[in-house]
Design a protein around this ligand. Sequence first.
Ligand SMILES: [Zn+2]
Length: 439
Amino acid sequence: MNELSEFFGRRIPAKAAIPQLGAGMLAVQPVGQRYRCQRCQQWLAPTDRLPNGAWYCRQCLEMGRLTSQTKLYTIPEPNRFAIPAEPMLTWTGTLSDNQQRAADAVLHLVQRRQNQLLWAVTGAGKTEIVYPALAWALARGWRVAWVSPRVDVCLELAPRIQQAFRTTSQCLLYGEQSIPYAYSQLTVCTTHQLLRFERAFDWIIVDEVDAFPLATSPLLQGAITRAEKTTGQHLYLTATPGEALQRQIRRHTVATTYLPLRYHGFLLPRLRVRLAWRWREALAKHRLPPALIRRLRAYRQAGQRFLLFVPHVRDLTTVMAALRQADICGGVGVHAADEQRTAKVQALREQRVPFLVTTTILERGVTFPNIAVVILGGDDGVFSTAALVQIAGRAGRSADFPKGEVTCYVQSQTRTVRQAQRMIDQLNRQGKQRGGRWP
Ligand SMILES: [Zn+2]
């Protein structure tokens, strides 16, 4: 049975002939004059051919090559899970009153089989809010996927969910991992990994739904749709819904639960904007805005740790050099392709380094108890409204240090920066109505 369970709710090639699987389907199929991949549903280009004449899909190549000679097999999802008699939820924490209200709303919508959105501010504790609904779904024998476009979110999430649902079979799937796939009731994976599934999940929770690359990728959006059973449903989680999602919220086409307040009950730090005349030209001459230097010096003297966000990877070395010249030392730079990313983040957390200079890679998914946030060049196109709100959301997360400073240096006030300020202020207004206070 074990080798067959690999095919439950999935569409994958077989390593060896298995008679029970039937004839299977060609992985790359002719449709009219063109060829289409049956895993990622993308069309092939006329040049996507091997020397032997076979067609192959370039779009999902990183998951293993599929050609017009490969066959894919599937077995309809049987939900073959052992459901224990004791409660599924082994998490022992407690929810705040606001969190509990949101959790009840999410559960209620799941029970009514509705697609839904949970809009909870950064630091609201949105993972735990989903637990009661997840426990209910698992107890009914549902197969559930908790997915995110970001691998670091998956890596951070998987051990927490493992602890919270200790009796539930679980697996974690992402690009470079070496643990083999195992048929499980709860799958934590990147949105990319859903390409291997077909009508598998009764419920899909999409974490950080607005994050790159999901928001702009029809391929990944299609993967979610196809991985969901026809009777299934999904829950989107976000702190910063994009414009399309905000439109749906306004038009009431998606059932939405709000949580405008952090778990500790304090309001979000405001985004303070400071003008820095021609920061880009100055940076080219290895100089930083004087006001920025003064602020960072003050942080260093006070022993205040900070994150300094810069627009591009190429800015990292220049900024680091300029900081050294200004005698602001001891920090390290970090970016997406940095192999020591996790170690550097850990070093800041353990106070072994006083600050990180980073690209938007640390805009979400990282928490430091007492951190100031500074953005150089917030008017650069790389910082979207969502990115700025997420970056600001790194500050003030801990109940012990709810007060956090967020300062954004710009050449001029752009629409994006103003929208980010507006979103934070709006959330704080709603937060106040629910009893939120300034720290
Ligand atoms: Zn493909």
